[in-house]
Design a protein around this ligand. Sequence first.
Ligand code: NAP
Length: 238
Amino acid sequence: MKPILLLGGITEALAIARTLGPQHIYSLAGVGRVPTDLTCQVRVGGYGGAEGLARFIGEHGIDLLLDATHPYAAQISHNAATAARMTGIRCWALRRPAWQAQAGDDWREVADWSELVDALQPFRRPLFTLGREPLQHLHEIPPEQFWTLRALDVYPGNDRCEVIGARGPFLIEDERALFERRQIDVLISKNSGSSATEPKLEVARERGVPVLVLKRPVLPGVGREFRSVSEVLAALSV
Ligand code: NAP
């Protein structure tokens, strides 16, 4: 098989990387853990935009660009589609299906931070599970709110915000305990579609807690799109 450049950063990407031989490259931005037990090559860090990525593709004789990045990592997905066009190679993508609201769910979609702040007004004890972005807004917390913010790592909070550092997968019992302990009255989440972070939605449903869902970004069209690791592996094996 000719060299594949696999753009990763999510669990499914690592599962694909584990199946790849030494001629292939698994590419990570460098924000999370870097695996050291893979047979394929691992490259860490950005390329300097679509042009840099196109240059790398040319220099390394890449034949297929496989975008298995997070659904909210829109920049790298756009760069991948552009670089593939520039170099005339194929670009395939693993696009995780979004979570769907179920009966009884109170999900409210917000487009950006300013819509989110407006939607938060009626609530007092939000749980943010958006990553680091809310850290920039800790000085804007209204006096009537106390925020709980969960990110991959711990960061300093303030007297109206506690930051929890935790990595999924999360267990439903732990999520139940978190909502109870902190008396969470609204959950803020991306629609990542990941089973590892889904239990919080189940707990919100059980407790009748509304969920403010950050809208998914629009991603570029690519040659082939897959919904699961097994679909990708099946396509790679033919
Ligand atoms: P982003 O905004 O789409 O990308 C920002 C820049 O990071 C890209 O322009 C690129 O730099 C570099 N980059 C991103 N993914 C890369 C990869 N796989 N290999 C090499 N360079 C990469 O992405 P983001 O939202 O900051 O996320 C960064 C990474 O974390 C992604 O790989 C994503 O899969 C993962 N992740 C993101 C989220 C999320 O909620 N956004 C959640 C879990 C995991 P250059 O332009 O210099 O090439």
